[in-house]
Design a protein around this ligand. Structure first.
Ligand SMILES: Nc1ncnc2c1ncn2[C@@H]1O[C@H](COP(=O)(O)OP(=O)(O)OP(=O)(O)O)[C@@H](O)[C@H]1O
Ligand SMILES: [Mg+2]
Length: 421
C-alpha cells in the first residue's frame, strides 16, 4: 500500500498467455526491463523490443490501491514494484446443483479465479472512502496471522466480511472484485483459487421441504476444496438477510421449521470452514432487510457501503464519458479534467470560473447526489437516447451531451417522486 507521499507501492499485474510455459522467475527479468524502459505505461500486446514479453504476456497494468479508481497515472518519489504474474480463466462458472429433479436457481456457483468475467471490475468500482484499501489490508492481516501461527484462542479473528448498505451501491460487485484481486495478489502462494457464490434465496425456495442436510452436501464440496492447502477459497453469501427472514417466518409457527434448520446448518458449516487459513467468507446485505444477528456476530468487518458522494459520482461519470469517447459515440471530451486534476485546484475556483465542461460535470455530480451507483452507470446510456440525433453529426459536442445527461438525471428524480414508497 501507499505508505507516504515519497514512497509508493505499485502493484504490477501481469497477465500471462495461457500458452506460455515460462515460470515467474523466467519472466521477471523481462518485466523489470519493461518497467525500466517504459515506466508505468500499460501494455496490451502491442509490438515492442522485448520479444519474450510479446510472446508470453497479454497485458501489463499498474495499480495504486490508494487511488480512487485504482489505476495509476503518475508517481513521484521512491517506488516499490510488486509483480503479480497470473493467467486468466475464461472457462465460465460451474453451477452446483444438488437437487436433480428441479430446475430452479443453482445452490452455488463456482468460478475458477482469476476469471475473465471479473477482470478489471475492481478498478470500475469507485468509493470516496478507503473501503477498498481497508478490505485489502484486512486480507493481508488474516494471511499474516495465519502465517505467524497466532493462537486464535488468545487473539480471535474470523475470516468473515459483511458489506451492508442501500441497494445498488456495488456490494456484490465489490465482493467479486475483491475475490479476483486476492486471487491475483496471492497468485504466488496459491496454485489455484476458487470463488463459490451461495445464493441464500435459493436455499429456501429450493429446500423448503427438505432438511439442512442438503446444505451439508453443498459444503462437502467446499470442504474438499479447502482441505487442499494450495487452493484459496472465497465463499460469497449474497443477500444474507434472507437468513433472518427465514428465522422470522419460522418464529410465527410452533414447529422449528425446515428453513431454520437450513440457517443453522449454514452457520455451523461456516464455523467449520473458517478455521482454515486459505478461506475467506464474504457476505452482503441490503439494509432494507434485517440481518441475522448470529451471522453479524461472526463478521470481523461490518462495512457500511453508502451512496456515492459527488466526488465519487464525478469519477464514475468521467469513466463513462471516457468509454463513450473510446467507442466513438462522443467525438471529443476536450479539456475535461479527471477528479485527480480537479483535486489539485480548489473546487471554489471551478465555481468562479466560466461554464466549462468540467464545471458542468461537477454540477451534474452534485445534482445526482442520492442516486445509487447502479443508477449512475445507467444515466450515460439513457442520456444517449436523448442525444441520439446528435451522434455522427456536427452537433456532437460534449456540452450538448452533458445537457442530455442533466435532463436524464432530473427525470430520475421526477420518476422517483411519483413511485409508490
Ligand atoms: N461505487 C460504485 N462505483 C462504480 N460503480 C458502481 C458503484 N456502485 C454500484 N456500481 C454499479 O452498480 C452495479 C450494481 O452493483 P451491485 O449489484 O454490486 O450492487 P449491490 O450493492 O450488490 O446491490 P443490491 O443491494 O441491490 O444487491 C454494478 O455493476 C456497478 O457497475
Ligand atoms: Mg447485491
Amino acid at each position: 500500500m501507499n505508505g507516504n507521499q515519497n514512497h509508493t507501492v505499485i502493484n504490477v499485474e501481469v497477465v500471462k498467455k495461457l500458452s506460455s510455459r515460462l515460470t515467474r522467475e523466467q519472466l521477471n527479468p523481462s518485466l523489470k526491463e519493461y518497467v525500466e524502459k517504459y515506466g508505468i505505461k500499460e501494455y496490451h500486446g502491442e509490438a515492442n523490443e522485448i520479444n519474450i514479453l510479446c510472446s508470453n504476456v497479454d497485458s501489463i497494468t499498474f495499480h495504486d490501491d490508494t487511488n480512487m479508481g485504482g489505476k495509476i497515472s503518475v508517481c513521484n518519489g521512491t517506488v516499490d514494484h510488486q509483480y503479480h504474474i497470473f493467467t486468466i480463466e475464461d472457462s465460465g462458472p460451474e453451477l452446483q446443483e444438488l437437487d436433480e429433479k428441479e430446475d430452479q436457481v443453482p445452490a452455488a456457483i463456482h468460478w475458477q479465479l482469476p476469471s475473465s468475467e471479473f477482470h478489471g471490475l475492481w478498478e470500475t468500482l469507485i468509493y470516496d472512502t478507503n473501503v477498498k484499501v481497508e478490505l485489502l489490508n484486512f486480507v493481508q492481516t488474516t494471511m499474516l496471522f495465519s502465517d505467524r501461527g497466532v493462537n486464535s484462542n488468545i487473539i480471535s479473528w474470523n475470516r468473515v466480511v459483511l458489506l451492508h448498505g442501500p441497494p445498488g451501491t456495488g456490494k456484490t460487485s465489490l465482493c467479486k472484485a475483491l475475490a479476483q484481486k486476492m486471487a491475483i495478489r496471492l497468485s504466488h502462494r496459491y496454485l489455484n483459487s476458487q470463488l463459490v457464490e451461495i445464493n441464500s434465496h435459493s436455499l429456501f425456495s429450493k429446500w423448503f421441504s427438505e432438511s439442512g442436510k442438503l446444505v451439508m452436501k453443498m459444503f462437502a464440496r467446499i470442504q474438499e476444496l479447502v482441505e487442499d492447502p494450495d487452493c484459496l477459497v472465497i465463499v460469497l453469501i449474497d443477500e444474507v438477510e434472507s437468513l433472518a427472514r427465514a428465522r422470522q417466518s419460522a418464529g410465527s409457527s410452533n414447529e422449528p421449521s425446515d428453513s431454520v434448520r437450513v440457517v443453522n446448518a449454514l452457520l455451523t458449516q461456516i464455523d467449520q470452514i473458517k478455521r482454515f487459513p486459505n478461506v475467506l467468507i464474504l457476505s452482503t446485505s441490503n439494509i432494507s432487510g434485517t440481518i441475522d444477528l448470529a451471522f453479524v456476530d461472526r463478521a470481523d468487518i461490518k462495512q457500511f457501503i453508502g451512496l456515492p458522494t459527488p466526488r465519487a459520482i464525478y469519477a464514475i461519470y468521467y469513466s463513462c464519458l471516457q468509454e463513450l469517447l473510446r467507442t466513438g459515440i462522443l467525438k471529443t471530451i476536450g479539456s475535461l479534467k479527471a477528479i485527480q486534476d480537479l483535486e489539485a485546484i480548489s473546487f471554489d475556483e471551478i465555481a468562479d470560473s466560466v461554464e466549462t465542461p468540467t464545471m458542468q460535470l461537477w454540477s451534474l455530480s452534485k445534482l445526482s447526489q442520492g442516486l445509487s451507483g447502479r443508477t449512475l452507470r445507467k444515466i450515460p446510456f439513457l442520456a444517449c437516447s436523448v442525444f441520439t440525433h446528435c451522434i455522427d453529426t456536427t452537433n456532437n459536442t460534449l456540452s450538448m451531451y452533458l445537457d442530455a445527461m442533466k435532463q436524464t438525471i432530473q427525470k430520475q428524480f421526477d420518476d422517483r417522486s411519483v413511485m409508490p414508497q
